[in-house]
Design a protein around this ligand. Sequence first.
Ligand code: DGJ
Length: 541
Amino acid sequence: MSKPNFFKKSFAFLSILCLCAGTVFAQTQQQLPAIVKTGSHYQLLVNGRPFFILGGQCHNSSAWPAFLPKVWAAIETMHANTLEAPIYWDQLEAAPGKFDFSLVDTLLKQARIHHVHLVLLWFGTWKNGSNHYMPDWMKLDPAKYPNITGKKGQPVDSPSPHSPYTLHADIGAFTALMQHLKNSDRQRTVIMVQVENEPGSWGSIRDYAPDAQRLFEGDVPKALLNPDVLKALGRPAVNSGTWQQVFGDRAAEYFQAWSIAGYIGKVAAAGKKAYPLPLYVNVALRNPFTNPSADNYESGGATDNVIPIWKAAAPAIDLLAPDVYLEGSKNILKVLDLYHRADNPLLVPEFALKPESARYLFAVAARGGLGFAPFGIDDNGRGETTAERLERLNEFANEYAVLASMDEQLALWASEGKVSAVCEDETHGQQSISLGAWDMLISFGKGSANAMKPDSIPLGKALVVKLSENEFLAAGELCHITFRPAGNHAAKAWQYLKVQEGVYVNGEFKVRRELNGDETDWGGPYFGERPVLLRITLTTR
Ligand code: DGJ
């Protein structure tokens, strides 16, 4: 055998070997989850495919093996595709530098058995503004791992963002967690990680301890004096100045936001370096209309007014996510608009678990959002009967049942800006969606189209995807829909060409029945108490 021939054959053999190994590797090693920008919208990619999180978050103390069965039962009832579950720093690192990943591994293993993804919530330095998940060895050494001090020198139940020791410890633990996920989650069961939980401080707008005070009296850091950041904060351009000089009556809050965001930005950057998953920070909200003073809400968290500060201080955080416990559809829709920004994909990781919350999933999708989850899905033994619990889960379960088999399509359409939606408001009034050559008109309630009786709790909703000029996919609950020619079709006579009720299976719409006669004649199709999917084709005459 001549040498070149031998090399050629060996090379061919090696290439085949590499290809086979590559295939086997690709089967076990999926693509990393990622958030990508598609034009003016975003997409969450899971295993390289668009993915919409139909999630549920368990209670704070439920991510323990003995309590997970109730969590999985709720996830199954809901038809959810993702569980959001906490990771507890005090359990993970009960002794300094010694990590116990047993709870993480249990979650990974059981999530795979239940065929759902995980969003892990890092209960680290901050949990609802406090240090309650810090390991005991940190809680027992408050001089090294201090809380903040209030204006009158009073102790405040919130960790200091100025302690280098706390920061160092959190970076160590979070990095260890991310490194562990990198090593043990080749299947990419975990698709996102929340860094801390509702960081900020209740009870004091900022830290008044001597080291913090010195920083507050010093100059505003240059990065925050970037003209774009100042403009976004509604401040005139300046080259230098103290916090008070540059930010006036908002100085204390902005200082706290900058300090906390900078700290979390460092934790996130270190974790991302170990394993680059999408990372987010969740937010305890403030009233979105009244611009209240920060002593009325959790100061320093990524509330709508300080988003530009967080973006400048924590670029490793992919998105800032509102936890929606506000009342009233006007407030809620406003919050969704405030967090759906060119520099911030919308994700709602916590919604109050009330039947009337479910309808906002449609509003999130219509804003190109990445996902949605109600909080506290499992029975945590606080006295609720099974029937009461099921009632609270039902609205979400019915909705997810329709969407679960089409989450990829939904994510794709949402990222293409093709989804529109309306949610019944407290007036129960008719609403409309403009679809180019058609307007869709939506009336909420029960009964016949011209005498709809609204429910006392607004549960109605409608979502529509524009498939082509005259073809739409609609989902809805407790509403009548009809159409009105507009734009090119204005004033033309029209009729339904086809109204098909169906489900999505493997990316295709499967027709279950065609609606006609009474089901379309009397004011158009009606959506009852369980959401269904309709493919509607209209024509003019
Ligand atoms: C928001 C927090 O992020 C959750 O962990 C939980 O404490 C809920 N509030 C309780 O309503």
